[in-house]
Write a protein that binds this ligand. Structure first.
Ligand code: NAD
Length: 508
């Protein structure tokens, strides 16, 4: 790890505040980053004080005045070079993400690949920030709309995608002409520092105004500063529903804009016609990938009664083959949870499942002994439950899969939709009518609905986000860029009279 940390510019004590080109330690309290992989201290960083934060926002505001005037394709060229930098640091950054957060090395590298993909997407987008033109009802008038950048975009990110979420936001925001202030998760601060180090060279080489890419290190308090700050017109926040409600309320009070990407409680329906050779790997990856710590992790499995026993049997067999251990060893399928607090959350949910009457098909366990010294490794488990159990309504950020039975597709869709969250959903079926129903207005109420693939693993080309308690924001592909800009309608009179709209006459 030492070589990798050196290459990424991570020292034992780090500067946690940055305006892109310049970094400094900050005068808040010390934040130590421990790896859930082996429990060791990786490095420490100091949090921002309010003065550090204000200095960063001022710098970002100044940078915006310049950056918004750089032509969008030129901003795209900077993002293209950032993508190239990420390509050359893919292994190092992916390894740090894996070690600091605990996801498998392959998933860590996959996360960096997502960053590269969004860079490519944003480069093309930089030449496609289209507005509409309309026909004016008045003669010799032209009417059209333009999209202007918003200003400072505050990005609050969660621990489980410690770097990709920043890139989904910042690459789009930058080509749109905005500047970004990133408050990363306090549970994975070093990954965010590494990103700043990787892109710094590009910012300098291209004479990008200092302040376009800022990092402010800290916990919840810094997130609150961003949410309440009228100098930050858009706050894009990714994390729990609890956090999203607090941020949404604070930003709403000042009539700012928020883009909220929150918790999920994602279900997979397995219909009688499902190809189980496709469905079983999709379910298992969805439930245990990233140790169940993806917002899109499969948490509820709704299986048709006619194939329930077969699905149970195949899942039990598949779970028996899972290897749990150091995520940097590519032979392992499941790494640790983020910290011991997450293990407590897992155990509390297990207890609650038992209390409400659930039984375990695959039993839960906290792993101990050699290789598990961090105390953060848990066994993925499957619980047979009834949809009415209150615990099934909650997202527990751990590899716990709830198994339920259904008899009609309408009933399955009702169970799938019957939770407060609405992020991702999937149906495994070869029946065209069922599939179309699932994707219709009477089908899934989630932001993402898939057929014959699982709930996790979204591509950056599509707009990503959920409904209900999952927040309602959209990031990444499609036309998600509009959230980072303000729309302006322009009417231009090139005649020598002043006709009024709606036929109104005003004679002087
Ligand atoms: P969290 O809500 O504890 O923290 C997320 C971020 O919000 C952190 O940076 C934290 O410091 C900050 N924060 C916390 N309270 C805040 C407040 N009141 N005001 C401002 N900022 C605040 O979440 P976590 O444990 O890091 O991540 C797991 C959660 O994130 C899960 O619920 C998961 O589903 C969700 N998530 C959602 C998506 C998505 O795109 N929908 C993606 C990743 C994670």
């Amino acid at each position: 790890m030492k070589d990798i940390l050196d290459k990424l510019g991570i020292k034992s004590v780090n500067a946690g505040q940055s305006t892109g080109q310049e970094s400094w330690e900050g005068s808040g309290s010390v934040l130590e980053s421990y790896s859930p992989v082996d429990g060791k201290l990786i490095a420490s960083v100091r949090e921002a004080s309010r003065e550090d934060y204000d200095r960063i926002i001022e710098k970002a505001t100044e940078a915006f005045a310049e950056w918004r005037l750089v032509p969008a394709p030129k901003r795209g060229e900077v993002v293209r070079q950032i993508g190239e930098q990420l390509r050359s640091y893919k292994r190092e950054l992916g390894t740090l993400v894996s070690y600091e957060m605990g996801k498998s090395l392959q998933e860590g590298m996959g996360e960096v690949q997502e960053m590269i993909d969004i860079c490519d997407f944003a480069v093309g987008l930089s030449r496609q920030l289209y507005g509409l033109t309309m026909h004016s009802e008045r003669p010799l008038h032209r009417m059209y709309e333009q999209w202007h950048p918003l200003g400072v975009v505050g990005i609050i990110s969660a621990f489980n995608f410690p770097v990709a979420v920043w890139s989904w936001n910042s690459m789009l925001a930058w080509v749109c002409g905005d500047v970004c202030v990133w408050k990363a998760s306090e549970k994975a601060p070093l990954s965010s520092l590494a990103c700043q180090h990787i892109i710094r060279e590009v910012l300098i080489k291209n004479e990008v105004p200092e302040g376009v890419s800022c990092l402010v290190t800290g916990g919840r308090e810094v997130g609150v500063w961003l949410a309440e700050d009228t100098r930050v017109p858009l706050v894009s926040a990714t994390g729990s529903t609890r956090m999203g409600k607090a941020v949404g309320e604070a930003v709403g009070r000042r009539l700012g804009r928020s883009l909220l990407e929150l918790g999920g409680n994602n279900a997979i329906i397995v219909a009688p016609s499902a190809d189980l050779n496709v469905a079983i790997p999709g379910i298992v990856f969805g439930a245990v990938g990233t140790a169940g710590q993806r917002c899109t992790s499969a948490r509820r499995l709704i299986v048709h009664e006619s194939i329930y026993d077969e699905v149970k049997q195949r899942l039990t067999k598949a779970y028996a083959q899972l290897r749990i251990g150091n995520p940097l060893d590519e032979g392992n399928h499941v790494g640790p949870l983020i910290d011991k607090q997450a293990v407590e959350g897992y155990l509390a949910t297990v207890e609650e499942i038992r209390k409400e009457g659930g039984t375990f098909l695959v039993v839960p366990k906290v792993l101990e002994g050699v290789g598990y010294e961090s105390g953060c490794y848990v066994a993925p488990c499957i619980a047979e439950v009834a949809e009415q159990y209150p615990i099934v309504q909650h997202e527990t950020f751990a590899p716990i899969l709830y198994l339920m039975k259904y008899s009609t597709i309408e009933e399955a869709i009702e169970i799938q939709n019957g939770v407060p969250q609405g992020l991702s959903s999937a149906l495994f079926s070869l029946d065209m009518r069922e599939s179309e129903l699932f994707l219709s207005h009477a089908g899934s109420d989630c932001g993402i609905a898939n057929v014959n693939i699982g709930t996790s693993g979204a591509e950056i080309g599509g707009a990503f986000g959920g409904e209900k308690d999952s927040g309602g924001g959209r990031e990444s592909g499609s036309d998600a860029w509009r959230a980072y800009m303000r729309r302006q309608t322009n009417t231009l009179n090139f005649g020598n009279a002043l006709p009024l709209a709606q036929g109104i006459k005003f004679e002087l």
